[in-house]
Ligand binder design. Structure first.
Ligand code: TXA
Ligand code: MG
Length: 314
């Protein structure tokens, strides 16, 4: 692949207009959402979408989320049901993605859905994301803006270090507030948890008034690759001690911490810091990483999901 000059754009009107222009021309632009930085392209343009896969080095069977500015825009592309209406009203804009039946006439590239009859849609929060979506008027497909299998980016600097020379631009809108990707809910039939993420499962179940189903292997398979979000070093989870030669990524009031997701044991703070800490471990050349136990409640579920993938055999 030829290297291209990756520009850093401001999150103000000039930068946003330029981002929208690049996207309309079939280019790739990264900008922040409240969860992580995404790598975006016009979801109706096959060539532009193909370039996302190329830039990330992503396996082509892995479908992408389409981002739109509001629920009305989402309805151009997918069929809503009662559960989806309720979740969208409660959580959009926000860190939840709904998988719904794709409208045949929607014009979304088959590379986005990987040939599935469903489409994942999301209305992101965040000034830069909303501004680019509104200015471009395009449905934008966007995975996280990291090389495939590597740690997701929560700052423009993370995007540059992973994808510089492979994308046209990144809008520098500062650090992402949530820090882990959106929760994905399958809304075809019974609502089902497809990926834990920035909106806690308990809150979603309260909104629906019932428990979420759990996805079977076959549905989980796309995008849920075992090894993912991986720093360079080996990762040991649920570490209650720090062994010789280990770098400790702590949670809570723990002795010997090299980095701490949240010294006070706050899961929201830990989620926001997670990917930045994993990037930092790479910068420190940490070869053996120990991670403190993280409680499996609220955002802890999303954090543990990402950490298990980071620790998976490669
Ligand atoms: O917070 C987020 O969701 C970020 C920001 C940029 O919006 N995006 C993100 O995208 O995490 P990505 O591509 O890294 O993850 C998309 C996930 C994958 O696990 C994929 O398999 C799943 O969504 N997915 C997409 N379309 C699907 C579909 N039709 N059915 C089931 N899963 C789907
Ligand atoms: Mg990703």
């Amino acid at each position: 692949m030829n290297s291209i000059n990756t520009r850093v754009l401001s999150p103000h009107s000039e930068g946003i207009s330029e981002a929208a222009r690049i996207l309309a021309d079939g280019g790739l632009v990264s900008f922040p959402t409240e969860t992580v930085y995404g790598l975006f392209a016009n979801a109706t343009d096959d060539t532009a979408v193909a370039r996302i896969y190329e830039a990330k080095g992503r396996p082509s069977f892995n479908p992408l989320i389409v981002h739109v500015p509001d629920v009305d825009a989402a309805k151009k592309y997918v069929e809503f049901n009662e559960d989806a209406e309720r979740l969208a009203a409660a959580f959009w804009p926000g860190a939840i993605t709904l998988v719904l039946p794709l409208k045949a006439e929607a014009g979304i590239s088959k590379l986005v859905t990987a040939g599935l009859s469903t489409l994942a849609v999301r209305v992101p929060h965040g000034d830069a994301a909303q501004a680019v979506l509104r200015e471009s008027g395009l449905p934008l497909s966007g995975p996280s803006a990291n090389p495939s299998g590597r740690v997701s980016p929560t700052s423009a600097q993370h995007v540059i270090s992973g994808l510089s020379g492979r994308i046209e631009a990144v809008v520098d809108g500062g650090t992402c507030a949530v820090g882990v990707e959106s929760t994905i809910i399958g809304c075809v039939g019974e609502p089902t948890l497809l990926r834990a993420g920035g909106t806690p499962v308990e809150v979603i179940e309260d909104c629906l008034g019932r428990k979420l189903g759990v996805a079977g292997e076959a549905i989980v398979a796309p995008g849920q690759l075992a090894s993912h979000y991986a720093p360079q070093g080996a990762v040991r989870l649920n570490a209650t001690d720090k062994r010789d030669g280990e770098t400790l990524l702590a949670f809570g009031d723990v002795a010997g911490a090299d980095l701490n997701l949240s010294p006070s044991g706050d899961l929201v703070e830990a989620a926001a810091n997670l990917f930045a800490c994993l990037h930092q471990l790479d910068a420190m050349n940490a070869e053996n990483i120990a991670v403190s136990p993280i409680p499996e409640r609220g955002l802890g579920q999303a954090i543990n999901d990402r950490l298990r993938r980071a620790a998976a055999p490669r």
